[in-house]
Design a protein around this ligand. Structure first.
Ligand SMILES: *Cc1c(COP(=O)(O)O)cnc(C)c1O
Length: 427
């Protein structure tokens, strides 16, 4: 495959953009090659500046569950753009999307729109602190909740990929309020809470950890957190930025039957445009300005273009059988990849929930960030590069999830399995 134009663009980008990219993992640094620059996408495929096509399992890191450029979403954005891109004043579209979110998540009685997942979790934490009058928060090693200061402590995603889970620039005085526990380890959480009794405002977690690969909650983990939060007056924030409308229309909370007090959303609710949201119990949400005193605002919050892309995406996801289709495609891919893996001696461990998945290059199982770190990232790098050369676009890190879209065809999945068979043999 020729990557000449991508290489030239990357050289040029590095002159004016830090690292040549506007979000770190896009740089491909951890997989030992240069990034491809994308010029367009359609359905299950993206195309780079050199005209190469790839079957895409990144889906813009989650939002593109319908596949790229769904004609109805494109049409909605175009139609809305023609009547004004932004007003900084309320619009009817915001109500429509808010009602759709409340309907999908029965524990969300009120919801505030923002422009990214980062803003959603950051604001939910401020609200939990304002509501409880407590400063400390508890998160899990390897969970990523965006790049707000208090959450860049033992974080996943790019922070894990580049070995700086706790970022320089986060003052110790801020980080000291962030407690961290081991994912899937209730006794660790219990100890933490006992040692900080009456001081913890919230526990925030990814209900399926998708920023250290794909780590499902062990049976009883979410239930145990729910019970502990009820006992201790702690706000449970379920970060469904990745899993919301992904593993079910009602997210991981629908799938596992455990509900948060506050919920963060993002990615799919914007249909590829910048949207985040946080919502929850009325009793807590009423503390938000202008009803209450906890301040939160945004010039582009509830932006009409983003609202129309989100509304249209959710309307399409509400159609009969959508999540069954995603499940069926992902299960088909799983079966083929497991067979391909059996034919080699490379240790791999596949983990999946619905349409999100990951292959760890180790025996597994992976239940925590410490487990994920046991992976052979060099082997992953070789696999990633071989897949890319065969026209398969995976997330360029061992510590990220892959995503199935409605646009992936049986032929796409067969081609992916065949490419994986070749790539595994070459490691
Ligand atoms: C992507 C992600 C975020 C951050 O969302 P941005 O839109 O990138 O700011 C937060 N939480 C989770 C679980 C995510 O996957």
């Amino acid at each position: 495959m020729n990557h000449q134009k991508s290489a030239t663009l990357f050289t040029q980008a590095k002159r004016s953009i830090p690292g040549g990219v506007n979000s770190p993992v896009r740089a491909f640094k951890s997989v030992g090659c240069d990034p491809i620059f994308i010029s367009r996408a359609e359905g299950s495929r993206i195309f780079d500046a050199d005209g190469n096509g790839y079957i895409d399992y990144v889906g813009s890191w989650g939002p593109m569950i319908l596949g790229h450029c769904h004609p109805k979403v494109v049409e909605a954005i175009q139609r809305t753009a023609a009547s004004g891109a932004s007003f900084g004043a309320p619009t009817e579209k915001e109500i429509i999307l808010a009602e759709m979110v409340c309907e999908a998540y029965p524990n969300i009685e009120k919801v505030r729109m923002v422009s990214s997942g980062t803003e959603a979790t950051m604001s939910a934490i401020r609200l939990a602190r304002g509501y409880t009058g407590r400063d400390k928060i508890l998160k899990f090693d390897g969970c990523y909740h965006g790049h707000a200061d208090s959450l860049l402590v033992k974080a996943g995603s790019g922070a894990a990929t580049y070995g700086v889970p706790t970022s320089p620039g986060v003052p110790a005085d801020v980080a000291k309020h962030t407690l961290t526990a081991t994912y899937n380890d209730l006794s660790d959480v219990n100890n933490m809470v006992a040692a900080n009794k009456g001081e913890i405002a919230c526990i925030i977690l990814e209900p399926i950890a998708g920023n250290m690969g794909c780590v499902p909650p062990r049976p009883g983990f979410l239930e145990g957190l729910r019970q502990l939060c009820d006992q201790e007056g702690i706000v449970l924030i379920i970060d469904e930025v990745m899993t919301g409308f992904r593993v079910a229309y009602g997210g991981a909370q629908e799938r596992f039957g455990v509900r948060g007090d506050l919920v963060a959303l993002g990615k799919i609710i914007g249909g590829g445009l910048p949207v985040g949201a946080f919502g929850g119990k009325k009793e807590i949400m009423e503390h938000l300005s202008p009803e209450g005193g906890v301040y939160q605002a945004g010039t582009l919050s509830g932006n009409p273009l983003a609202m129309s892309a989100g509304i249209t995406t959710l309307q399409l996801l509400r159609e009969e059988g959508v999540y069954e289709q995603i499940e069926e495609k992902a299960a088909y891919l799983e079966k083929g990849l497991l067979e391909a893996a059996k034919e080699t001696s490379v240790p791999t461990c596949w983990q999946r929930v619905g349409g999100m998945f990951c292959t760890y290059f180790q025996q597994g199982p992976v239940n925590s960030f410490a487990d994920a770190l046991k992976s052979d990232t060099d082997a992953f790098g070789s696999f990633f590069r071989a897949m890319l050369e065969s026209g398969i676009n995976l997330a360029p890190s061992q510590f990220e999830a892959g995503f199935m879209s409605l646009a992936h065809s049986r032929d796409d999945l067969d081609a992916t399995i065949e490419a994986a068979r070749k790539a595994l043999r070459a490691i």
